[in-house]
Write a new protein. Structure first.
Length: 71
């Protein structure tokens, strides 16, 4: 199984479901804005997937409308 998140700390990633640290990516805080999420889902992630890959996406957060109307 492979799991991708960005910037997860090594001690946590080694224990999380036995997934190797290079396969875990965590987007958090100011690195989890719309453009970063899009880059991850449309750019970084597809380059690492195989037909047997399992991807787990966990989202927990808030959104706000910017002055331009984007979320």
């Amino acid at each position: 199984m492979r799991l991708w998140m960005r910037n997860w700390s090594r001690p946590i990633s080694r224990r999380w479901a036995g997934v190797p640290a290079p396969n875990i990516q965590l987007l958090q805080d100011w690195k989890a804005v719309r453009t970063d999420i899009e880059e991850f889902i449309l750019g970084w992630l597809p380059k690492r997937l195989t037909s047997e890959s399992v991807v787990i996406v966990y989202f927990s957060g808030q959104a706000a409308v910017s002055p331009s109307g984007e979320t």
